[in-house]
Design a binder for this molecule. Sequence first.
Ligand code: GDP
Ligand code: ZN
Length: 458
Amino acid sequence: MISDTIAAISTAVGEGGIAVIRVSGPEAVGEVSRLFRGAAPLTEVPTHTVHYGFIIDPETKEKMEEVLVTLMLAPKSFTTEDVVEISAHGGVVSVRRIMELLLKQRIRLAEPGEFTKRAFLNGRIDLSQAEGVIDLIRSKSDKAFSVAFKQVEGDLSRRIQELRQTLIETLAHIEVNIDYPEHDVESMTSLFIQEKCGSVLAEIERLLHTSNQGKILREGITTAIVGRPNVGKSSLLNALSGQNRAIVTDIPGTTRDVIEEFITINNIPLKLLDTAGIRETLDVVEKIGVERSRTALNEADLILLVLNNGDELNEEEQQLMEQISGRQSIVILNKMDLPQKVETEKVRQFYKEELIVPMTVKEGEGVDRLEEAISSLFFAGKLESADLTYVSNVRHIALLHQTKRSLIDAIEAAEMFVPIDMIQIDVRLAWEQLGEIVGDTAQDSLIDQIFSQFCLGK
Ligand code: GDP
Ligand code: ZN
């Protein structure tokens, strides 16, 4: 089926301690051994062993690099093919020269994601596991990483396959009934369909229930920090991100752009949008920023309204509180080190006590309280336990919704004693929709599109 041998640099390009080139395919051992000089020829050493030696230019016999070569013979490798990994000194020239030599052999350059694609095509992992690999690489928080890791381990796949098994048994049962259509069998079949599809439906609803949190854990809570100039929005962003990304100044209105930043408050990933202060202004440059901050405000899952404890509320702030208090929002009373001037009773008209967070951002005080407030809004107080399977991928979520629709159609039809062969169509559809999650019934174009998101060498 797959007959050629591929190679790519699997570590990040640039200077580094080590760089790894991965070679996979039937010619991997033979072709690399032509370029390698070590204690023993690679063709004669056992699998899963590491060998010290040199890469030699086969034409000039010149030593080119000092390397460690790892051998993983089929089928116990990432791709299930023969895999050879060459660890060289990190550096652009070194790996480029080795790659050039490899590509002069019967080896071609791998496409992005092609190693993982081979693992999928050779049946070692399914599509949802492969997608977990992308998420793993891209994860921006510990929690997102563990969600992806479970997916790579096949946690979601196993659940989906169990549900598909139930559906295929149901289909087999229907098949028998179509062949022997006696009346009493038919009504029993109808009850059987309702029961089986009902149990699959319940499990799908449970999985979908995790998807909101799963998506948040994966992508972060899109958060807008709003407030009038100089209340400490940029300082808050910097305090949370631990970097000086936004410019902090004493001049009102210096944050001109919306800045995006990923941070985690303990376990909660936030995608922060710092905004240029919600206020009307005649300054043209800042106006662009203000436009954008309105957009940010509209798009946000969470709004952090920063107020200055040492100042009275102004008209705009009161309007803003009224406007956003119905959304997922938290008031931060910043600058608690200053004597209180803010009218907290007005804030309490709009916000419950636990959503008003006193902070002294300049001293880094109040971050714990902020985390509690966010948890209470998004995770009903705490994150779900670690052993829960989260559905976090939008493609999976969409397919689960479609499956749910098909199952409801099947159940409703069964309740109304619609002819069994009509119901069969919905059950089969549900089975196929679940199959698309794991890749059993996925189109080639979809598979290509998913793997094209990978980086080179993975
Ligand atoms: P922004 O315009 O809302 O982004 O406000 P900045 O983050 O640029 O901060 C404006 C000023 O407030 C800066 O001089 C900060 O050092 C100061 N500031 C920030 N947090 C605190 C705080 O907790 N207490 C006091 N006293 N000043 C603060
Ligand atoms: Zn600012």
